[in-house]
Design a protein around this ligand. Structure first.
Ligand SMILES: Cc1ncc(COP(=O)(O)O)c(C=O)c1O
Length: 385
């Protein structure tokens, strides 16, 4: 089946790139665990030469993810960070990147502790005000890197407004869409040039593999990224490609339940006497609730709460029974993390204070368990504070 944008989202998720195997009729894409391919003569082959360059299972996943984000092509990598690394590897020394100031902690770690040594420059601004992006752009700016909602503060940036600024200045807009998945947010349709995901999260959905993808609006970027797959080699293995192909088949169904559970849990937490604040774009008191309604088809299941102190957070987290304390998000199980010591530990106390991440903050990735069990578990854990 060709990528067909007329088909609905769930249909594309299940069928695009996931056509039955032409050899056997198998309804699932075969895993091709091969390093190389026999050639019929010098330069005569069936389109595959060596698996760092391309692999049939990977090709199918790349077709599928491009169809879901509405992109021209996609390239998959060994992790979300490998995908982000490939994006900035397309730049030349001396280039400048404007970034959101509340990104997943691993992203500024890569930019500030690795990429600056290769002559790239990074500025961090609050992208919830599109004007801040415009002000930060320089002559040598080549990329704007935005995450929305942000991690862990759940701030929303106006992608249509930022993409207009980027277009007028001929700067590419990259959006990390990991928190929403293509089911709830489609940045390319709002004018972004590249979308990146940690497929480790909602796309895979089962917490059983790492991966990353860059979906490109234009073939020119996809070709550069294919070259980087070949040149640098941080590709996703055939088995992990297959895990994501399996996972995305239920993406639409899972996201509906994640969203429904997320709204119920956020409303419950907003009324809980031990919770000092709830950050969730689906709550009407969220500062960008109206923008979130416009830009996203759902609010998802990522919620950050303020417990008041490190001690309170620790007391609560130790009491969890159904929910688990752990890094990561987007799996079927409810996972709760502590940003100050986990994802954002690398920013240091000063860095965290500058953007408003406190020691008492706890981030929830609400799973698809029975929501009453999640609420009951959170209630008993919070009452231990
Ligand atoms: C928003 C976001 N982007 C990127 C990443 C990095 O992905 P990975 O862990 O697959 O390298 C993460 C990881 O938590 C993330 O939350």
């Amino acid at each position: 089946m060709k990528v067909n944008k007329q088909l609905g989202f769930a249909t594309r998720a299940i069928h695009s790139g996931q056509e039955p195997d032409p050899l056997t009729g198998a309804v699932t894409v075969p895993i091709y665990p091969t390093s190389t391919y026999v050639q019929q003569g010098i330069g005569v082959h069936k389109g595959y030469e060596y698996s760092r360059v391309s692999n049939p299972t990977r090709t199918r996943l790349e077709q599928n993810l491009a169809a879901m984000e509405g992109g021209a092509a996609a390239r998959v990598f060994a992790s979300g960070m490998a995908a982000i690394n490939a994006i900035v590897s397309m730049l030349k020394s001396g280039a400048h990147v404007v970034c959101g100031n509340d990104l997943y902690g691993g992203t500024p770690r890569l930019f500030n502790q690795v990429m600056v040594d290769f002559g790239l420059e990074f500025s961090y601004v609050d992208t919830t005000e599109a004007k801040n992006v415009e002000r930060a752009l320089r002559k040598n700016s080549r990329l704007v890197f935005v995450e929305t909602p942000t991690n862990p503060l759940m701030r929303i940036s106006d992608l249509a407004a930022i993409s207009e600024i980027c277009r007028s200045r001929k700067v590419a807009l990259v959006v990390d869409n990991t928190f929403m998945s293509p089911y709830f947010q489609q940045p390319l349709a709002l004018g972004a040039d590249l979308v990146v995901h940690s497929t480790t999260k909602f796309l895979n959905g089962h917490s059983d593999g790492l991966g990353g993808v860059v979906v490109c609006a234009r073939h020119e970027h996809a070709e550069k990224l294919a070259f980087l797959q070949k040149a640098a080699g941080a590709i996703l293995s055939p088995f992990e490609c297959w895990l994501v192909l399996r996972g995305v088949k239920t993406l639409a169904a899972r996201m509906e339940i994640h969203d429904r559970n997320g709204r119920i849990v956020a409303n419950f937490l907003a009324k809980h006497k031990k919770v000092k604040a709830v950050l969730y774009p689906g709550l009407t008191d969220h500062p960008q609730h109206e923008l979130a309604k416009r830009q996203m088809r759902g609010f998802g299941s990522m919620i950050t709460i303020e417990t008041g102190s490190l001690r309170n957070a620790n007391k609560m987290l130790k009491k969890l029974r159904v929910c688990s304390l752990g890094e990561s998000l987007g799996g079927v199980e409810t996972l709760i993390s502590h940003p100050a010591t986990m994802t954002h530990g690398g920013l240091g106390a000063k860095g965290r204070a500058a953007i408003g991440i406190t020691d008492g903050m706890v981030r929830l990735s609400v799973g698809i368990e029975d929501v009453d069990d999640i609420v009951e578990d959170l209630d008993q854990a919070l009452n231990a504070i």
